[in-house]
Write a protein that binds this ligand. Structure first.
Ligand code: THU
Length: 140
């Protein structure tokens, strides 16, 4: 439930990591913080590259950190821009959040607290691979 989440702490963590973003090309800094179901907070910031297309979104860093620090599922997410305002994750990153959260995982958005199901309706996920695959045997 949203009331059980310490949103102030999560937003502060997102703002703190946003300030460490490396975004000299877009000049658009992003920070994201996730509260895991076990209570730990994981963070990420965007890291750009002179080869523009290979830049990493903030959520990529956070997802890597989730796995590097023990895995688990996201309970709540706060993503901010450089004005400390809530920022909607891009489409690719909504997919990353989906795989590392639950349909009911909460996310702070410009339109209030929503769920991952709200922001990625009819999501493609691991179940589709199992239910729809014709043949799970790798053919090489
Ligand atoms: N960006 C993120 O880090 N996360 C998002 O969900 C949206 C976009 C970054 C990528 C790029 O470094 C900058 O914002 C401008 O697109």
């Amino acid at each position: 439930m949203s009331a059980d989440i310490d949103w102030d702490a999560l937003n502060t963590a997102a703002i703190d990591i946003m300030r460490k973003a490396f975004a000299p090309y877009s000049r658009f800094k992003v920070g994201v913080a996730g509260l895991m179901e076990d209570g730990r907070i994981v963070v990420g910031c965007n890291v750009e590259n002179a080869a523009y297309g290979v830049g990493l979104c903030a959520e990529c860093g956070m997802v890597s950190s989730i796995h590097a620090t023990g895995g688990g599922k996201l309970a709540a997410v706060s993503c901010v821009d450089q004005h400390a305002q809530p920022l909607m994750p891009c489409g690719r990153c909504r997919q990353l959040l989906w795989e590392n959260g639950r349909p009911t995982t909460l996310i702070r958005t410009p339109e209030g607290i929503l769920t991952l199901r709200d922001i990625l309706p009819q999501a493609f996920g691991p179940d589709d691979l199992v239910e729809r695959a014709e043949d799970r045997t790798f053919q090489g």
